[in-house]
Write a protein that binds this ligand. Structure first.
Ligand code: NAP
Length: 445
C-alpha cells in the first residue's frame, strides 16, 4: 500500500504508470462482522455503542467486475447510514448482502462474513472492469451511493425508485470507509478541483439527497421566492438545504439548537434563524401526547420572522419529534418533504390540518445519478460548498461514528483514508482562494 500511496501523491506519476502499478493483495477497511450481529440484542438503543461493533480489518482486494471500478479512497465521511449499520439498526446489514447475492450474480461477492461500510468517497480510479468506457485510471473522482441494476422498467423514468436500487456501503459491500472501494461506474462523478480530498468526500450522500429533496422535480421542486423551513440547518443535510434555498432565490428559515449553529446559518447567508432550544419548544407533553399549543407557538414564530408568510416547503428529517409541527406550520397547499425519521418513525400529526389545508407530504430517498450529478455540478462551479467541520484518520472512524451518533458534530465529519494529512488534492487554488471564507466556515477550531 505504501508504494501505491507514494504514486498517488506524486504529481509526476502518469495515469499509465498508475494503471501498471501492481496492487496490494489486501487493504484496510472499517467493517462490522457477521458473528457480532447479535451483539446488541436486548440492549436499549441509547446504550448501543458503535465502538463495540466497528473493526479496522485487513481484507482482500476485490477485482472489479462488469461496469465496476476499483478506486483508491483518499477520503470518506461519516453518515447516519454508517451509524445505523454499526448499531445493527434497524437490523444487521448482512441480510441486505445475502439478498443481493440471491438476486444478482454481481451481488454474490458481496455476501461475506464482514461488511465494509461507508457511502462516500473521494479518490483516484485504479482499475476499471469490462464495459467501463467513461472512467480511466488516474481520474480524480467522487462517488454517490446509489447502486442500480436497471433491469426492471420501474427504474428507467427515475432510477431512485427502481426496485433493485441499493445504498452502496450499507446494502452492498466494499464501501468507502477504507483504503480501496469497489463502485459501479455509474456512481462516479468528477472531483471538484478546488476542494481538498476530505472536503470533496463529504458531499456525495447528503448533497445529492438535499438536492432531490428540495430542488428536483422529483422532490419539493423549490422555486424562487419560496420560504423553506429547514430543520437541523447546520447539520449535514440541512446545511446543503440552506445553501440550495439561498442559491435558488428562496428564503430559508433555519432551525438549530445552539447559538454556535445559529452563527453558522448566518455565516451561510441566512437571516431567519430559530434556536429551538433557547425557545424551549416542547412538541410533546409526554412520549404519547403531542402538544398542539406548541405547534401553534412555533408556527407563529416562523410567521413573525417571515413577515407573515407560512413556509411553502418544510424540509423534514427529525421525524416523530417535529413532524406534527411541520405539517401544522406549512402553508395551505404547501409541501412537507421528508427523507428520514431520526427521532422515530411513528409520526403522529393532525390530519385535519393536512386535508383542510390541501397540504402534501412527500417522501424522498437519496437521489438518481442525474440528480447527484446536478448536485455535484454546483459544487464544481463553486456555488454549493462542503460543510466540513472536522476530520479523523481511518483508525479513528469508530470514535468519529460515535460523535455523529451522539449529535456532537456540526456540518460533516470527514475521514482521511489514504490521504496522509488534511489539505491535499487541490488542483484549482485560484477558485479555492475565492471561496476560502466559505470553505473554512464550518471548520472546528
Ligand atoms: P446530522 O448531521 O446529524 O443533522 C441532523 C440535525 O437534525 C441535527 O444537526 C439537529 O440539529 C437536528 N435534530 C436532531 N434531533 C432533532 C429534534 N429532536 N428536533 C429538531 N431537530 C433535530 O444528520 P444528517 O446527515 O443531516 O441526516 C439527518 C437524517 O437524515 C438522518 O436520520 C439520516 O439518516 C437521514 N438521511 C436520509 C437520507 C435518505 O436518502 N433517505 C440521506 C441522508 C440522510 P439541531 O440540534 O441543531 O436542531
Amino acid at each position: 500500500m505504501h508504494e501505491l500511496v507514494s504514486a498517488l501523491l506524486d504529481p509526476d506519476v502518469t495515469a499509465r504508470e498508475l494503471a501498471g502499478l501492481s496492487l496490494p493483495r489486501t487493504y484496510r477497511a472499517v467493517t462490522v462482522h457477521r458473528e457480532d450481529a447479535g451483539l446488541f440484542v436486548g440492549v436499549p438503543h441509547s446504550e448501543r455503542d458503535p465502538r463495540a461493533s466497528l473493526y479496522l480489518d485487513e481484507v482482500p482486494v476485490p477485482e472489479p467486475g462488469h461496469a465496476e471500478v476499483l478506486v483508491a479512497v483518499m477520503a470518506s465521511s461519516v453518515n447516519h447510514r454508517t451509524v445505523g449499520s454499526a448499531l445493527f439498526e434497524p437490523e444487521p446489514t448482512f441480510r441486505f448482502l445475502a439478498e443481493y447475492a440471491r438476486r444478482s450474480p454481481a451481488g454474490r461477492r458481496h455476501d461475506l462474513p464482514y461488511h465494509v461500510l461507508g457511502s462516500d468517497l473521494s479518490g483516484v480510479v485504479l482499475r476499471t472492469g469490462p464495459g467501463v468506457s467513461h472512467w480511466r485510471p488516474g481520474d480524480e473522482v467522487v462517488a454517490h451511493c446509489l447502486v442500480v441494476e436497471l433491469e426492471a422498467p420501474d427504474g428507467h423514468d427515475d432510477a431512485a425508485p427502481g426496485p433493485a436500487q441499493r445504498i452502496w456501503g450499507h446494502e452492498t459491500n466494499f464501501g468507502g470507509l477504507a483504503e480501496l472501494a469497489l463502485v459501479k461506474a455509474a456512481q462516479l462523478m468528477p472531483k471538484p478541483p478546488h476542494l481538498t480530498w476530505e472536503e470533496a468526500a463529504c458531499c456525495g450522500l447528503v448533497n445529492s439527497t438535499a438536492y432531490r429533496q428540495l430542488v428536483s422535480h422529483n422532490g419539493a421542486a423549490m422555486k424562487q421566492g419560496d420560504t423553506v423551513l429547514i430543520w437541523g440547518a447546520a447539520g449535514g443535510l440541512g446545511s446543503f438545504a440552506t445553501q440550495y434555498a439561498l442559491a435558488g432565490g428562496a428564503t430559508p428559515v433555519c432551525v438549530v439548537s445552539s447559538p454556535e449553529k445559529a452563527a453558522l446559518c448566518h455565516g451561510m447567508g441566512a437571516d431567519l434563524v430559530i434556536d429551538r432550544r433557547a425557545e424551549d419548544y416542547q412538541f410533546w407533553k409526554d412520549p404519547e401526547t403531542p402538544d398542539p399549543g406548541e405547534w401553534r407557538r412555533f408556527a407563529r414564530h416562523v410567521r413573525d420572522l417571515t413577515g407573515g408568510e407560512d413556509p411553502d416547503i418544510v424540509f423534514e428529517h427529525p421525524g416523530r419529534d417535529t413532524f406534527a409541527a411541520s405539517v401544522y406550520a406549512v402553508r395551505r397547499g404547501g409541501t412537507v418533504v421528508t427523507c428520514a425519521s431520526t427521532t422515530g418513525p411513528g409520526h403522529l400529526y393532525d390530519n385535519r390540518s393536512l386535508w383542510t389545508g390541501l397540504k402534501r407530504i412527500l417522501g424522498t430517498h437519496f437521489a438518481s445519478y442525474r440528480e447527484a450529478w446536478e448536485a455535484n455540478r454546483l459544487v464544481l462551479k463553486g456555488r454549493i460548498h462542503p460543510p466540513l467541520s472536522v476530520t479523523h484518520p481511518l483508525e479513528a472512524t469508530a470514535e468519529a461514528v460515535a460523535t455523529v451518533r451522539a449529535g456532537r458534530h456540526h456540518g460533516k465529519v470527514g475521514i482521511r483514508c489514504l490521504a496522509p494529512r488534511d489539505g491535499l488534492g487541490v488542483r484549482d487554488p485560484e477558485l479555492r482562494e475565492d471561496l476560502l471564507p466559505w470553505l473554512t466556515l464550518f471548520r472546528d477550531g
